[in-house]
Design a protein around this ligand. Structure first.
Ligand code: GRF
Length: 194
């Protein structure tokens, strides 16, 4: 089977991007990572991508209109022959045209059991609510923030004495397993109908 080409968008640390890259090195991976994009030119994750021989495209969004910046990113993804886009800690709201162009082929990982806790500070919000369980979700990206169809979820317990950092660490371990598995499953299920 020809491997799909995945583009990954990051804004920071890039640990989920790294887990996707590492999984792509397995012999039965249905995808290769073709490009890592960042809107933050000094995002720490870019060094990992470069060290793994993955082309990077890093341009600051500052001073650009949202749709104009997204068109630049879209062009870089298309030029790299990307089939699927994975958002991995990409801290940008996306313009409707960009999202529509990748319908069914753009995924995101979010650190909560969606539909709970869309947006930021998910770990503290789960603690404040007194929840017994928390986790992460991989979903298709639609225009609404953190709102598209859920592809996969993983749960973790919230333990006595947890603070947001401890909980984030426990969830992140699950993110690193869930994201490569969910992306591989989506790709194996075939492209969406046009
Ligand atoms: C992760 O918790 C991810 O779920 C969220 O932002 C964080 C990014 O971490 N969207 P990293 O950059 O992948 O290490």
């Amino acid at each position: 089977m020809t491997r799909a080409r995945v583009g990954i968008l990051i804004s920071g640390r890039g640990s989920n991007m790294a887990s996707l890259v590492e999984a792509s090195h397995l012999p039965d991976s249905p995808y290769d990572v073709a490009l890592v994009v960042s809107n933050v030119p000094d995002a720490p994750g870019l060094a990992f991508a470069a060290a793994n021989g993955i082309p990077t495209f890093a341009v600051s969004h500052k001073g650009m209109k949202r749709a104009e910046f997204d068109a630049l990113v879209d062009g870089a993804l298309r030029d790299a022959g990307v089939d699927y886009v994975a958002l991995a800690g990409y801290m940008r709201l996306l313009s409707p045209g960009f999202v529509a162009g990748w319908a069914g082929r753009m995924v995101n990982i979010h650190p909560s059991l969606l539909p709970l806790y869309k947006g930021l500070d998910t770990h503290q919000r789960a603690l404040d609510a007194g929840d017994a369980r928390h986790g992460c979700s991989v979903h298709l990206v639609t225009e609404e923030l953190d709102d598209g169809p859920i592809l996969a979820q993983a749960e973790v317990p919230i333990l006595d004495g947890d603070d947001a950092d401890a909980l984030a660490t426990r969830v992140l371990l699950e993110e690193h397993k869930l994201y490569p598995a969910a992306l591989a499953a989506l790709i194996r299920s075939g492209p969406p109908a046009r």
